[in-house]
Write a protein that binds this ligand. Structure first.
Ligand SMILES: Cc1cc2nc3c(=O)[nH]c(=O)nc-3n(C[C@H](O)[C@H](O)[C@H](O)COP(=O)(O)O)c2cc1C
Length: 238
């Protein structure tokens, strides 16, 4: 009997702890401005000028520019009315969309947005804070690359493989990596059109990114893309 009482009390205590921790999670939500559907640079120019750039200006990025980059990476661009499927800026096998886009924002990097890591919600064109604070040091360590932590923005692309696996079985992982490649190219071309500098970073320590984002067993990190405005003087070796 005494054992039972102790067990019940312990369970109640643990539940209280979990609830308290849950309540501390910050849920700052930012509605982004609508992205533009007309730019000042042609697709041909963006392809011609696209380069990997690893140095970034201190210039603040606007919410409009951030919105434009996120839209290029996974934004809603249409609908298959027959099945009410929202279509995105990047193709996806079976229209299943297993990719998620997080963006780590440094202190004062984007006008009116506090430092933290945010999850992009394409359907509502908003970002939701999932981690608070400037995570530059953690990003540099997780990638062994200083420019990733130094970048005002750092996009972290993850995937939920089970979404694609329900239809494509053993072909799912290649499909997911192909889709991440499409996303990376879109993002870099959009960045080029906005006169921004971007670097696609495939090298990182998975477990550190998993810990940073507190990812569940069902979600894996795929790609990291650092970004900022181009510096006045290019320092990258071309
Ligand atoms: C899948 C992939 C992974 C990459 N990983 C890194 C990386 O971890 N760090 C880095 O500095 N550049 C990385 N790059 C960028 C390449 O180094 C770069 O694309 C290459 O040097 C060609 O230069 P360009 O993009 O300017 O044409 C990666 C590119 C791809 C496509």
């Amino acid at each position: 009997m005494a054992k039972k009482v102790v067990l019940i009390l312990l369970t109640v205590f643990l539940c209280t702890l979990l609830y308290a921790e849950d309540k501390e999670v910050k849920t700052s939500v930012i509605q982004l401005p609508k992205p533009d559907l007309k730019g000042t640079m042609s697709v041909e120019e963006a392809i011609q000028n696209r380069r990997t750039r690893r140095s970034y200006a201190d210039t603040q990025i606007t919410q409009k520019q951030l919105s434009q980059l996120l839209w290029a990476s996974q934004g809603i661009t249409g609908e298959m009315k027959r099945i009410s499927l929202k279509l995105r800026s990047v193709p996806s096998a079976g229209g299943l969309y297993p990719l998620k886009v997080y963006v780590a924002i440094r202190e004062k990097a984007v006008t009116g947005i506090e430092a933290g890591i945010y999850l992009y919600e394409p359907e509502f064109n908003l970002i939701k804070q999932v981690v608070s604070g400037d995570k530059s040091a953690e990003l540099t360590k997780a990638t062994d690359q200083s420019w990733v932590g130094n970048a005002p923005l750092c996009f972290i692309i993850t995937a939920e493989p089970k979404i694609t696996m329900q239809k494509y079985w053993h072909r799912s992982m290649p499909y997911i990596y192909m889709e991440a490649g499409h996303l990376g190219q879109n993002l870099q071309l959009q960045g080029e059109a906005l006169k921004m500098a971007l670097c696609l970073d495939g090298w990182f320590h998975d477990e550190q990114i998993i810990e940073l984002l507190n990812l569940s067993y069902y979600e894996i990190p795929i790609y990291i893309i650092s970004a900022g405005m181009k510096p006045a003087q290019e320092t990258d070796p071309f």
